[in-house]
Design a protein around this ligand. Structure first.
Ligand code: ATR
Length: 274
């Protein structure tokens, strides 16, 4: 029987998830479709009930519903509980809705070929929003040391407190260049700065070329921030890998087995705006 999947969010027109998953269906010869559904914020509970009533196997959740959807689900996985947010929902055999989060592990998988997180590794996260929180929480089990920088310092402090209250090690520092530039082994840029190709707030002068620098933005493919890191000799990754692997993990959560990563990557790359 044909399976149905979707992504819900608002706005959703630019989501690449349908193309990515459809690339996977092609590789596997799976009879399935994946819709892009724009949901008005007031209609979220009806949309959830509608997807369930229509027999969807599962769906992805994006901005602004990752936290708002929680009250409408029956159960959360440990990953969703840890992140306090859901990006993947599965309809279980008995009809109950299980919320999961693959963003954090998707990030970890996306950097794995370049750098394996390990105890005492120096990680710097730029930004303190939902994306920063998801990545920080996924790094918790590796016992890395996290430095958080955010334009609004208070948010960085709050996130550092949350990480520390869960057994992690995090400090907040002022938004700008600092000693952290020399010692960071991994820098993750999670703010929206660069989406419009804007120049970054500060320069990366003094950065160690040993550093792996990741920007979770992938459109534009290389933000000015990432370009500067590359020009200063660092290894760099954009956010396409994180998108790919959060999708692959969602696939495995819904369908079991191993996701067809090559087909999903092909679908994703073909759909990227040129
Ligand atoms: P997300 O869930 O995608 O992380 P968010 O929770 O709205 O989104 O967080 C956006 C992040 O981008 C925040 O860290 C925000 O900084 P503030 O907390 O100070 O708002 C950061 N951000 C957005 N625009 C920025 C800018 N022009 N300069 C620096 N940081 C910016």
């Amino acid at each position: 029987m044909e399976k149905h999947f979707a992504v819900i969010g608002n706005p959703i027109a630019h989501s690449l998830s349908p193309a990515m998953h459809q690339g996977g269906y092609r590789e596997m010869g799976l009879e399935a479709d994946y819709l892009r559904c724009e949901v008005e914020p007031h209609a979220l509970p009806q949309a959830v009930q509608g997807l369930k009533a229509l027999g969807f196997t599962g769906w992805n959740v994006t901005v602004p519903f990752k936290e708002q959807i929680i009250p409408w689900l029956d159960e959360l996985t440990p990953e969703a509980l840890r992140a306090g947010a859901v990006n993947t929902v599965k309809v279980m055999e008995d009809g109950r809705l299980l919320g999961h989060n693959t963003d954090g592990k998707g990030f970890v998988r996306s950097i794995q070929e370049e750098l394996k997180p390990e105890k005492d590794m120096q990680v710097v996260i730029l930004g303190a929003g939902g994306a920063a929180k998801g990545i920080a929480m996924a790094l918790l089990p590796y016992q890395v040391k996290i430095t958080l920088l955010n334009r609004t310092m208070e948010r960085a402090q709050q996130l550092a407190e949350l990480i520390n209250s869960r057994g992690g090690r995090a400090v907040a520092e002022a938004w700008g260049p600092g000693e952290w530039l020399k010692s960071a082994q991994l820098i993750v840029q999670t703010t929206s700065l660069g989406l419009k190709k804007e120049k970054y707030s500060f320069s990366l002068e003094g950065i160690s070329p040993e550093t792996l620098v990741v920007d979770i933005i992938f459109n534009p493919w290389e933000t000015p921030f990432l370009r500067e890191a590359r020009e200063r000799g660092c290894r760099t990754l954009n956010g396409a890998g994180m998108l790919l692997y959060q999708g692959a993990l969602a696939w495995e959560f819904w369908l079991g087995g191993q996701a067809p990563v090559a087909g999903m990557k092909k679908g994703l790359l073909e759909a990227l705006p040129k």
